[in-house]
Design a protein around this ligand. Sequence first.
Ligand code: FMN
Length: 174
Amino acid sequence: MSIMKAIKNRHCVRKFTGESVPHNKIIKLLEAARSAPSAGNSQPWRFYIVKNKGIQTMLSEAALDQKWMLTAPVIIVVCADLARSGEAYGQRGMGLYAYQDTAAAVENILLSVAELGLASCWVGAFREEMAAKALKIKDHSTIRPVAMLPVGYPAETPPPTPRRPLEEITIYLD
Ligand SMILES: Cc1cc2nc3c(=O)[nH]c(=O)nc-3n(C[C@H](O)[C@H](O)[C@H](O)COP(=O)(O)O)c2cc1C
């Protein structure tokens, strides 16, 4: 699949079939994630692969009770390793690069999800402390959960979401 096709095919899906995601596909998603660019190649990320239903339930509760997440066979939680970014770049690393780097990894996962015929949705609305507790992260000010990605086979085809026109968001300085 071309990159543009994967970009255009990627939509937030919030309903999944019960079919499990084969391990080799999860590895492909992680390969895509760790291939993302990062500031000074610091790679300040950590990926939790959650198949355990009890932990998934805790994550969904942390995510303001978004119960649809529980229809996914696996939830990938992408965390930013702030200490790692801070070591390399101080405040700018901890306050900016760590999130840019993990967001790049998230998008790589989402595009690969589309390419593999899977589906997902970026979940960012969650109570961090609850999420960290579910994942048994001891110091969540250092390892900060940034995004939860429920992944599975789609059980819905949502209509495409609108985008703002280019003229509204682009500034040409000739
Ligand atoms: C940072 C971020 C946080 C988001 N949080 C949630 C969320 O908590 N729950 C949810 O259902 N969708 C969430 N979304 C998905 C957006 O609603 C969705 O990407 C947007 O409406 C565009 O739709 P599309 O992804 O299908 O193109 C989030 C997306 C981003 C980038």
